[in-house]
Ligand binder design. Structure first.
Ligand code: UDP
Length: 494
């Protein structure tokens, strides 16, 4: 008798509109499609190209199963400039509440679309970005399970769960007093309140009501999808499942879903080609890569201290600088004289002011170390490429990630940053009111020396990083932990 094949469930994936969030959630969509599940990715017109680029990068096996649907984003109606459809494109901090408002209205339009979609292709499951709080009501209306994707690793989510439940940060006398977050014994983790994600800070800019909504959403969902792999998390995924009572699916590292030879369309710019050609001329493991995520900026004085450390170090450096246009004239001039973007082989410090092809850079054999802000996307891309890190957390959950990188995994060297790095200018850009640098040039150099050092410790870090790279790859291969979790996720949704 012929077995009847059950059609795989139809996933509707709704990214939270922020660049670094969209990249991994669309890659998750690609992996689901590669496992045979049909997927609809709902995005906004201005982001459709980014989404389509990721889908194409994943190759035919994924792209055939994915429909990308662009639904207009009510930016103007919410008081945002026309075309402002991603959080990181919001022109000023004051407009962030408007952006949240726009995403709530966007939820109505998405719901309307899904109701229509039901007639032809009923959504079986929704995977929504963590601030798309309306997705849970929509999923219930459609009779489908709802999963959340935060973009955080399981370890950071576990720490947040502990903070939400035990509130140790509310019992300290100051923002700098250290307290324990004992989530993964025998490791001991101490944090100061100022190092925690935004929602745990007393001066949180997100309104109370919105914070409550976000928490209610994460408590209501049926499961959590994580861009990570179990072997990396030292049991955090299982602990997170136990403390939340929810299914947790670690399905990464999703950056590895790209088909060999296919690159992100944004990585094909002249800048990117120059960067890769420059790297080709370098010795194995000799280059330091410096980048602080999709939007990470530092105050001008801080940038200068970092710059002084970078231009005085003996290794060739690729330095990705965001927001270079808004730097004061003197810092701008200093950069012009001390860095270069020509990509000539003799250039010692190659500055990239646009979008760097990060995954390709990290995978290049010339790269021997990564100075990172510990954003989870960057961290995992570094792990997947086997590159040890120097850690300079800026904000959000990055101080939590630093502990995983340095203390648990032992593939990183901490720069020793204790306070968040704020990218805002104080005073006018050339004025006297410029914030002082918290981290001096010598402190940066010391960490970089240790990172790039060929001594015993450096060797141990590189070996550990290589081991994790192999485990990362194996996790996604047939029968690997992330492969099996993708299968379980599909079963759960079916
Ligand atoms: N990224 C990139 N080129 C850049 C800057 C960032 O490709 O010039 C990508 C990077 O590979 C990662 C994401 O943007 O996938 C940044 O995510 P992460 O979580 O590290 O940091 P965030 O931007 O959220 O602070």
């Amino acid at each position: 008798m012929e077995a009847t094949l059950c059609p795989k469930p139809h996933f509707v994936v709704i990214p939270w509109p922020a660049t670094s969030h969209m990249i991994p959630i669309v890659d998750i969509a690609c992996l689901l499609a590669a496992h045979g599940a049909p997927v609809t990715v709902i995005t906004t017109p201005a982001s459709a190209q980014l989404v389509q680029g990721r889908v194409e990068r994943a190759g035919q096996a994924s792209s055939a199963g994915i429909t990308v649907t662009a639904i207009p984003f009510p930016a103007v109606e919410a008081g945002l400039p026309d075309g402002c459809e991603r959080l990181d494109h919001t022109p000023s901090f004051d407009l962030v509440p408007n952006f949240f408002d726009a995403t709530m209205r966007y939820g109505d339009a998405v719901a309307q679309h899904c109701r229509v979609l039901t007639a032809t292709r009923r959504p079986s499951c929704i995977i929504a970005g963590m601030c798309n709080t309306w997705a849970h009501g929509l999923a219930r209306e459609l009779g489908a399970p709802c999963f959340i994707f935060h973009g955080f690793c399981a370890f950071a989510l576990l720490c947040c769960e502990y903070l939400n439940t035990h509130k140790p940060h509310e019992a300290v006398a100051s923002l700098d007093e250290l307290f324990d977050v004992p989530v993964l014994p025998p490791f001991e983790f101490k944090f100061a309140r100022r190092q925690l994600p935004l929602q745990f800070l007393p001066s949180c800019s997100i309104p109370e009501g919105r914070l409550r909504e976000l928490r209610e959403f994460e408590m209501a969902v049926d499961g959590i999808v994580v861009n990570s792999f179990e072997e990396l998390e030292h049991g955090s995924a299982a602990r997170l499942a136990a403390v939340t009572g929810k299914a947790v699916f670690a399905v990464g590292p999703v950056s590895l879903c790209g088909a060999p030879g296919l690159v992100d369309s944004r990585a094909c710019s002249d800048d990117a080609r120059r960067c890769m050609a420059w790297l080709d001329a370098k010795k194995a493991n000799s280059v330091l890569y410096v980048s602080f995520g999709s939007a990470g900026r530092m105050p001008p004085e801080q940038l200068m201290q970092l710059g002084l450390a970078l231009v005085s170090c003996p290794w060739p450096v690729i330095w990705v600088i965001k927001g270079a246009d808004s730097l004061p004239d003197d810092v701008h001039e200093w950069l012009q004289h001390n860095t270069n973007d020509d990509g000539l082989p003799e250039t010692q410090c190659l500055a990239v002011r646009g979008w760097a092809p990060q995954v390709a850079i990290l995978e290049h054999p010339g790269v021997g170390g990564f100075l990172t802000h510990c954003g989870w996307g960057s961290t995992l891309e570094s792990v997947a490429a086997g590159v040890p890190m120097a850690t300079w957390p800026f904000t959000a959950e990055q101080f939590l990630n630093e502990k995983l990188i340095v203390d648990v995994l032992r593939i990183g060297v901490s720069v020793g940053v204790t306070k968040p790095t704020e990218g805002v200018l104080t005073g006018d850009k050339n004025g006297a009111g410029r914030a002082k640098a918290d981290v001096g040039m010598e402190q940066v150099k010391k960490a970089l020396d240790i990172l790039m050092d060929g001594g015993e410790d450096g060797e141990a870090r590189r070996t550990k990083a290589e081991e994790l790279k192999a485990k990362a790859k194996a996790a996604l291969e047939h029968g690997g932990s992330s492969f099996m979790n993708l299968e379980k996720l599909i079963q759960f949704a079916g």
